[in-house]
Design a protein around this ligand. Structure first.
Ligand code: HEC
Length: 198
């Protein structure tokens, strides 16, 4: 830097001499600025009620996504005709499968063959006698036996879809946990509504 008067320092290390080159002002400004910024950053993200977490963003995205997807169906009823209709629709069952993978697979296995929770692919059930019972078990859980209640954690539509998906696993008879409970009558068959008269 020719415009600055450089001063050779007095001492030498093995006869190596050095100039006094202080760190420039702009460097100090960035250094101190980043310390000040980190304090504000820390205070905002850890102390401010206006801060949000990645979980909040995910929940907001999911709510928006569900609102878009569910706009077409409104609130699904937890009755047999609705569940049969959902089970017959592959797109809704894909949706049910994703809810199952996220919330149920940890205990019932990725394919529903059972881990700590019972196998959902055979004809035997502990708490279920008819199709709608799946929705009730999912919503209310079987708390003493380790099946959580999902009534507060999943919306009505999510529970109808995941219960319908769980019902659709029946009959795959995958090897996993041994069948438990009683054999129950098959699910009713889906009768699509007759086409509207021309
Ligand atoms: C923490 C483990 C766990 C999770 C997570 C879990 N379950 Fe369960 N589930 C169980 C257990 C244990 C039972 C057996 C209850 C009993 O013995 O009465 C059960 C029972 C059931 C039953 C009744 C089966 C029968 O034979 O009566 C259904 C249906 C079911 N779960 C569906 C689901 C769905 C759908 C989800 C996700 C929304 C889910 N479960 C999440 C542990 C779990």
């Amino acid at each position: 830097m020719p415009h600055r008067k450089e001063r050779l320092l007095e001492h030498g290390y093995d006869e190596i001499r050095e100039y006094d080159n202080p760190t420039p002002g702009w460097w100090h400004a960035i250094f101190l600025g980043s310390i000040a910024f980190s304090a504000l950053y820390f205070a905002f993200w850890h102390g401010s009620p206006m801060a949000w977490t990645p979980q909040d963003s995910l929940a907001a995205d999911r709510t928006a996504y569900y609102a878009r997807v569910f706009r077409t169906v409104g609130e699904l009823k937890a009755d047999q005709p609705t569940m049969l209709k959902m089970m017959a629709d592959t797109r809704w069952m894909e949706f049910g499968a994703s809810i199952f993978a996220a919330n149920c697979a940890a205990c019932h296995g990725a394919a529903g063959a059972g881990l700590t929770g019972p196998n959902l692919t055979d004809d035997r059930y502990i708490n279920v006698r008819k199709l709608e019972d799946l929705f009730t078990v999912v919503s209310e859980g079987v708390l003493p036996k380790g099946m959580p209640a999902w009534g507060n954690r999943l919306t009505q539509n999510e529970r109808v879809l995941v219960a319908s998906f769980a019902a659709s696993l029946r009959g795959r008879n995958l090897t996993g946990r041994a069948p438990e409970g009683e054999v129950i009558p098959p699910w009713p068959t889906f009768e699509p509504p007759p086409p509207a008269a021309p």
